[in-house]
Design a protein. Structure first.
Length: 215
């Protein structure tokens, strides 16, 4: 029995260390993404003023595909981190309860009234702090659910959301990324540091965290 208890304690300690490492890494990721989105929006606005309409449409499609690939790569990386951690060794009672937001947006039936109601209702839910017990898995699930909900919306609905949440709308891909980043920061305000704090965070050295934090 003592050996089993010692093994369980070691597993708990390793899980806590992995969670701390991921917790320190996420703010830097969000900070880099926000800075990249802001720079992309400025470049896109300047390009819109000087590029012919046909070339503009072609470049917009290329930019959207590039942004989606970057986000998909980050999601795959977070999945890999989650798979490396021990599973089934700690009970749910060890952590605080996690209330996951729900999304029921149907892309084929969404209308403007539904979008307005969704924005108002979800904005209220996002202001309720999510407990630290959600961990990186909760953040990853939240990002995936947000992306599924937003990708089913039309351009005018995305513009409406950007206006309501005081974000700059450019093309579909970067706009969705901006909305997800802003909502994640708001929902996990007590868990994920804001970019200003991310610049001073010191994540532990690892092959996956070889990149330096943005200055």
């Amino acid at each position: 029995m003592k050996d089993q208890e010692r093994i369980q304690e070691q597993l708990k300690a390793e899980t806590a260390r992995d969670a701390e490492a991921t917790k320190a890494e996420l703010p830097a990721l969000l900070g880099r993404q926000l800075i990249a989105n802001r720079d992309d929006a400025r470049r896109e606005e300047a390009r819109m003023m000087s590029t012919p309409p046909s070339s503009r449409r072609r470049e917009a499609r290329d930019d959207e595909l590039g942004e989606v690939d970057d986000i998909n790569e980050e999601i795959r990386r977070l999945y890999t981190l989650r798979e490396k951690r021990p599973r089934g060794k700690t009970s749910v009672a060890d952590g605080a309860g996690f209330r996951q937001p729900t999304f029921d947006t149907d892309s084929s039936t969404v209308d403007d009234a539904h979008t307005r109601a969704e924005c108002s209702r979800q904005a209220e839910d996002r202001r309720r702090k999510v407990s630290d017990g959600g961990g990186p898995d909760g953040i990853l699930h939240y990002i995936i659910e947000q992306r599924r909900a937003l990708e089913g919306l039309r351009h005018d609905q995305l513009k409406k959301i950007c206006a309501d949440e005081r974000l700059h709308y450019c093309t579909t891909g970067p706009s969705i990324d901006q909305i997800i980043a802003a909502r994640t920061r708001l929902a996990y305000e007590g868990f994920v540091l804001v970019p200003a704090q991310a610049a001073t965070a010191s994540p532990p050295h690892s092959p996956e965290n070889a990149e330096s934090n943005p200055a």
